[in-house]
Design a binder for this molecule. Structure first.
Ligand code: PRT
Ligand code: ZN
Length: 287
């Protein structure tokens, strides 16, 4: 019997491509990702990659042409395809926002009543307007949404924003955030047991990569009389490792710090008497 494999759909070229491919590589999966390829097989993991337009990925995953795929949640929700969300991936974060010409008055969502809004996301925008009981005209266009007000096409736009510089450059100001998005791994809803087993192996590796990215390995020196105060600040995976130093009365403390409150913790450690603090990135972290 030939071994089962997972067919993975990733964006061919665009904002999701690089991070998607890096993620699989960080999971130790080796494959040829030369530009222009439409399909490739991993050499050390039961997986095959398909390189596609992001808009097509939810449909392929729903139909089972691909078993899993990576897309922005915005695309997943807009296409309305029935798939499972296997994992949020934390990259390609952005928001879908309504923006109006700078200087136009805006008191609240009710001001959108009777207005026209250009967007490539008619479904998500439609849901937002319905929830807020606003009657506005949705003008669907596939690209360059931001110029719609300046050419007299619509009163407002609803588009993806990340830094906000595109809105700024087009004289628009963001007035409502209607959806927040990040890259997600989607999966077909009826995977075979064999494919589910491969997916769970992949998700385990992704978890280890993500946890490692959110943590740093810290080594510091501490005078023994201050060890209690210092170790109280450090969680570690179980408890910090404490090793006596060659210098009498001093110890080295090894621990793991979360990226979230990293600088606050470093400041507190210095105040508590820690010296020679080394911070090292972690490649994989498995509990
Ligand atoms: O060719 P294909 O169809 O595969 O790709 P695409 O052109 O449809 O999508 P792509 O590669 O542009 O984006 C893929 C996904 O990345 C999106 O579906 C979002 O989930 C996510 N993402 C994250 C973004 C942005 N950030 C983003 N800034 N998608 C688009 N933009 C655009 C936005 O449309 C606007 O024109 O960037 C501009 C705004 O950026 P700022 O930084 O100026 O605010
Ligand atoms: Zn697209």
């Amino acid at each position: 019997m030939s071994q089962d494999f997972l067919r993975i759909a990733v964006q061919k070229s665009g904002r999701l491509s690089e991070d998607s491919l890096s993620l699989f590589k960080e999971c130790g999966i080796k494959f040829d990702s030369k530009a222009g390829k439409l399909k490739t097989t991993a050499s050390n993991f039961p997986a095959e990659f398909l390189f596609l337009r992001d808009d097509d990925i939810p449909g392929y995953v729903e139909d089972g042409v691909a078993d899993i795929g990576i897309v922005g949640e915005n695309v997943q929700v807009e296409t309305g395809r029935k798939v499972d969300i296997a994992k949020k991936l934390g990259f390609s974060k952005c928001r879908l926002s309504i923006a109006i010409p700078r200087g136009d008055s805006y008191q609240g969502v009710k001001d959108l009543h009777g207005k026209s809004i250009a967007t490539s996301y008619p479904v998500i925008l439609g849901n937002f307007l319905k929830e807020n009981e606003i009657e506005a005209e949705i003008h669907e266009i596939s690209g360059s949404v931001e110029i719609a007000p300046s050419i007299g096409l619509t009163h407002a736009v609803c588009d993806i924003v990340s830094s906000g510089s595109t809105l700024l450059a087009n004289g628009l100001s963001e007035v409502e955030v209607i959806f927040r998005s990040e890259a997600v791994m989607i999966a077909n809803t009826s995977l075979s047991e064999e494919k589910k087993a491969i997916l769970s192996k992949l998700l385990f590796r992704i978890q280890a990569v993500q946890t490692a990215k959110n943590n740093k390995y810290v080594v510091l020196n501490a005078p023994n009389e201050k060890l209690d105060a210092i170790t109280a600040l450090l969680p570690g995976m179980k408890a910090p490792t404490i090793v006596p130093l060659g210098t009498e009365g001093w110890s080295a403390v090894h621990s793991v710090l979360s990226e979230e409150d990293f600088w606050d913790k470093i400041d507190a450690l210095r105040l508590a008497g820690a010296e020679g603090i080394l911070v090292v990135p972690i490649e994989k972290m498995i509990y």
